[in-house]
Design a protein around this ligand. Sequence first.
Ligand SMILES: [Fe+2]
Length: 423
Amino acid sequence: MPPATSSPVLRRSRDEGDTATVPHAPPNDARVIWRAALRAVRAETERRAAPLGPEDQVVQSMADTSPTKWHRAHSTWFLEQFLLVPRLAGYRVFDERFAYLFNSYYVAAGPRHARPKRGLVTRPDCADVAAFRAHVDEAVERLIATVEEPELAEVARILEIGLHHEQQHQELLLTDILHAFAQNPLAPAYAADWQAPRAHSSSLEFADLPSGIHRIGFEGEGYCFDNERPAHQVLLAPARVARGLVRNAQWLEFMAEGGYATPSLWLSDGWGMVETEGWNAPGYWRRRDGVWMSLTLGGLEPVDPDAPVTHVSYYEADAFARWAGKHLPTEAEWEVAARAGLLDDVFGVVWQWTRSAYLPYPGYRAADGALGEYNGKFMINQMVLRGSSHATPAGHTRPSYRNFFYPSARWQFSGLRLLDYVG
Ligand SMILES: [Fe+2]
């Protein structure tokens, strides 16, 4: 697959040092910019789906993953439900039945199909979903072009959420199809020329993390999700943080020293997963003729010792850190270190587990209404990952970005870096 198309018109945060284009654009330019943003994001979803045939697009390999066709339709329903129905006068819903099929978890938006059964929906087919996407694209463009000036800012606000939402599904589209292909004895490739994550740095150094009071969270102009606010103070203990990501060579050492066979290294729930799931290596690793291979989006490839480890759960990351005599950073430590320029391969390689539970920041309140369900109601029993992966769309990264998954999850591009406390 060629490199991801960037979406320059989608604002990156000032934290990334990019020039924001939308906030200072004159009104007429804003309409042009939002139409271009819509087209770029929607096209990127289709580009990612393009190598997948209709049979590929309907499969759902576990309850946590969704079919490609569903991702394409759900991201479209999101725009229809939250933007077009309330904001475009005279809008004709494409198909009244789709709200039930393609609502994910928005209780306030009505009843929905059972998540584990998304793969059983063979109809509407891929052509129907393509028509749904085209119908909504045309209507959103019409809304952007015709909305009265006083309402443009609100339309842009909801559209921006919708586009960032679709970008999240673009990454899931890839992680989910990889999990599906991993169930196939033929180990198919999504794209033969897919480049597995490569670390740019091989540093084993630890850098001094400035202790004391710091601020984390999003502030200033630009887009963020509600869970990144409010910015607030944190107190950091003296520590040293690994510049580089943990690599496969280190993970192979962990395995060779009985990492997956030593209960004392593991949290109780993690050891339970080792026993019930038979974990003895990262996700998608297979032993072939004495060689560790890994299923990637490019097919089955030998494990590269220099590449960052990926497809490990929080439980595995935590066990590895204990074995190494180190710790996982908290999300506050990670963010302060990233902002201070202490970390290599911060973004675009693998997500990095932190030892922070996914909780609301001080004073956080979810918004009223269905969109308030986006993040807030998931703030329990999950762990935060920071950074981004090579499957994350361009422009969808921020130092304050909080990804979150259950500690047993390992179908994401999830890795880790280490931290050590001083004194
Ligand atoms: Fe969604």
